[in-house]
Design a protein around this ligand. Structure first.
Ligand SMILES: Cc1cc2nc3c(=O)[nH]c(=O)nc-3n(C[C@H](O)[C@H](O)[C@H](O)COP(=O)(O)O)c2cc1C
Length: 190
């Protein structure tokens, strides 16, 4: 299988997640191509057997580049098995209401774009305080406080559960392989 891994990022952590997703897919014996949402114009979806989209939540929404691209390609994407990895601080929050909130944000993306993936994973993101300017650091600290996260701005904090992410990707690829196998069986003469 050839799996497209498409991601959007603002601070860089979702790039790390997309690359990790790609490595997991490759370790299962499949080919991958990784695209940044900024260069999405010329992605040839005809090369893909499946798509995994990774996008972070920033101030209650996913990057517009990803949302626009999903909307433009929703019809074609709907013919491919798809998975979505949402990246946020809320996913790692100890507060259930934060998890419910992030589910709503994810659902709003699917409603708005018309793309509905087969599987969804909510991954914890990262707080890269030291690399941010004063105002952004203040905003992040406020969000972290609200989500029950760390507010020590002197260092980075990472909340991604890499084992859970790998298990999700393995589950998705296993499901794709099963569907492809069943389709091939249906086509082949008895
Ligand atoms: C300016 C800013 C706003 C954010 N807003 C939210 C938010 O509304 N909800 C949330 O759960 N996480 C929020 N986060 C946390 C990000 O989802 C997390 O830092 C993620 O790892 C960012 O991914 P990226 O590095 O790929 O941009 C925010 C982070 C920043 C820097």
């Amino acid at each position: 299988m050839h799996v497209l891994v498409i991601y959007g990022t603002v601070e860089g952590h979702t790039r790390k997640i997309a690359r990790n997703v790609s490595s997991t897919v490759q370790s299962l014996g499949h080919q991958t191509t990784v695209f940044d949402a900024g260069d999405l114009g010329d992605v040839d979806l005809d090369i893909a057997d499946a798509v995994i989209v990774c996008a972070p939540v920033h101030i209650g929404a996913y990057p517009t580049a990803i949302a626009h691209w999903l909307k433009a390609k929703a019809a074609r994407l709907s013919t491919l098995p798809g998975a979505f990895v949402s990246v946020s601080l809320a996913a790692a929050s100890p507060f259930p209401e934060e998890h419910a909130e992030i589910q709503k944000i994810t659902e709003a993306l699917f409603e708005r774009t018309g793309w509905r993936p087969r599987m969804v994973h909510q991954a914890g993101g990262a707080l890269r305080y030291p690399q941010c300017d004063f105002l952004k650091r203040l905003l992040m600290k406020h969000i972290a406080y609200k989500e029950g996260g760390p507010t020590d701005v002197t260092k980075d904090h990472e909340f991604t559960n890499w084992n859970a992410l790998a298990a999700f990707v393995e589950g998705f690829i296993g499901d794709c392989a099963q569907t492809a196998g069943a389709a091939a069986k249906e086509k082949s003469p008895a």
